[in-house]
Design a protein. Structure first.
Length: 259
């Protein structure tokens, strides 16, 4: 069996930036252990698999270690493949996923994710949280992912993660964030429990970051940068129950998997 495989740099306007994701179109679903083995072999933070069912695409995401219920950058990468390489004619693609229906629209070079919002709530400071990075957070919040608000952008950039401590969290990894100097806010995201020590750019984290910073800065539309080593630029819009997250994507490679 031969399967097509694409690698796309998501939330990037040129190669070697943003977050690389693998995209594997399927005619029908394969056994889960095969999907997981493919993702482990790719060894990227996420591999997206999709199957067309009439006008909707069923979409699943796998890290090298597990299936996840939401992934922004791999959804953006899958939409890039459909729009630009598989020549999908509509300007909007609807995916069916573990997080419900997700739409991705195309306008010029930008792709826009329409995802459910995940407003974080303040939680009590605990010793196990304070051991996660070398800087004491100003505020700690939670909505699936734990989120530390730091004093400024420099603290976010200079923070040193303790991956062992982060792996022991009951949350889906750790976001650290602060108000930005040249954009509205910056962030980093760590998910060692999923085989991703630091994710280069994380769409799902921005479903949490967007409502928080929208309320904090009293702005509906915000510019964001994830300040990982590769880095990525996002445009985020708070729509209440939904958030829109826009970015660009670039094809890095394509080939075949031989099973």
């Amino acid at each position: 069996m031969k399967l097509k495989l694409y690698q796309v740099d998501a939330f990037a306007d040129k190669l070697f930036g943003g977050n690389p994701a693998a995209v594997c179109p399927l005619d029908e679903w394969l056994d889960d252990h095969i999907l997981q083995n493919i993702a482990a072999e790719n060894n990227l933070s996420e591999t997206a698999f999709f199957v067309r069912k009439n006008n909707i695409f069923q979409l699943r995401w796998f890290t090298p270690q597990m299936e996840v219920d939401l992934c922004g950058h791999a959804t953006l990468a899958a939409a890039h493949v459909l729009f630009n390489l598989m020549k999908e004619e509509s300007n909007t693609i609807v995916f069916e996923s573990l997080s419900g229906k997700l739409a991705v629209s195309k306008e010029g070079d930008y792709l826009t994710l329409d995802f459910p919002s995940a407003r974080p709530l303040k939680v009590e400071t605990m010793d196990k949280y304070l051991g996660c990075i070398n800087i004491k957070p100003m505020e700690i919040l939670l909505n699936k992912k734990l989120m530390f608000v730091l004093k400024d952008e420099d603290e976010v950039k200079n923070a040193v993660p303790n991956f062992d401590a982060i792996s022991e969290l009951e949350s889906d990894g750790l976001i650290i964030t602060a108000e930005g100097k040249q954009v509205d806010f910056v962030s980093r995201y760590f998910a060692p429990h999923a085989g991703i020590p630091e994710d280069p750019v994380t769409g799902s984290a921005h479903t949490i970051l967007t409502p928080y910073w929208s309320a904090k800065l009293n702005k509906q539309k915000l510019e964001a940068r994830q300040v990982s080593k590769r880095g990525g630029y996002l445009i985020c819009e708070n729509l209440g129950e939904r958030v829109k997250i826009s970015g660009k994507a670039v094809l890095y490679s394509y080939g075949e998997i031989l099973l």
